[in-house]
Design a protein around this ligand. Structure first.
Ligand code: ZN
Length: 249
């Protein structure tokens, strides 16, 4: 079975469309979304509509913040969250469609388990909000604790930095494994990167394909200028949210 694992779309419709186009060519059987469909980007409604088609869509911290009380966000992120919430309110546009989108976000699961596999947005300990950064491999306590909480492989997003944590002590970036990694005996946590706001210095949209025990990272170019212009045109979205798409930071 071949699955596409996408995460952190963040309302970036141009990036999502480019990724879906790429997925189409690969004859993938299912698409799993690991959260943060909205937040930061200019097309929350369209991105939610696309994700409703997927068999699995996990709740991200920005999805949660859009419908519940946001907690622990910086002012730029918070501004985007309130704007996103406004876009999803029933009085904006088609009320029935917006109610459907609102319900969809409200019913997203926090995690999904399948024999040996765990899918979350953040971490196995705090599926919605905990970050696991590459430098956390030096934090033995944290990593050991996280690795105790799943059987074989855990798939996640949230940091927008793709790569593989192997046996709680090494981090391998996509470049270091030439975008292909065979999962072995060691327990591993796989970060699939971000579709709509990459932060690893590569501006292209990122996602992963899982074929049996093989992980392939994909990078897809998209019309960043179109997304950046939309962000500039929405006063509630800080211009830096557009600027960072150019750098992939
Ligand atoms: Zn995110």
């Amino acid at each position: 079975m071949k699955r596409a694992l996408i995460s952190d779309i963040h309302g970036n419709l141009e990036a999502l469309r480019a990724v879906l186009q790429d997925i189409k060519m690969l004859e993938v059987s299912e698409i799993y979304c690991l959260g943060d469909v909205v937040g930061y980007g200019p097309n929350p409604r369209e991105c939610i509509d696309a994700c409703m088609e997927f068999p699995v869509a996990i709740l991200g911290n920005h999805d949660q913040a859009a419908i519940f009380d946001p907690d622990g966000f910086n002012p730029v992120a918070l501004g985007a969250i309130y704007w996103t919430r406004g876009e999803l309110e029933a009085r904006r546009g088609n009320a029935t469609e917006n109610n459907r989108r609102w319900d969809f976000l409200g019913e997203m699961p926090r995690s999904r388990s399948e024999e040996g596999l765990l899918f979350v947005h953040g971490s196995p300990r705090d599926p919605t909000s905990e970050y696991v950064f590459p430098e956390d491999i030096y934090n033995r306590r944290k990593m050991d604790n996280l690795f105790e909480r799943f059987d074989r492989y855990c798939f996640q997003g949230h940091t927008h930095i793709p790569g593989i944590f192997v046996d709680s002590q090494a981090f391998i970036s996509p470049e270091e494994c030439n975008y292909e990694y065979s999962l072995g005996e060691e327990k591993s946590m796989i970060n699939v990167g971000s579709v709509g706001q990459p932060r690893d210095g590569d501006h292209r949209a990122c996602y992963a394909v899982l074929t049996d025990d093989q992980v392939t990272f994909r990078r897809v170019d998209y019309d960043r200028d179109a997304t950046i212009k939309k962000i500039y045109d929405i006063p509630e979205l800080d211009n830096m949210l557009g600027d960072r798409l150019r750098e992939g930071r």
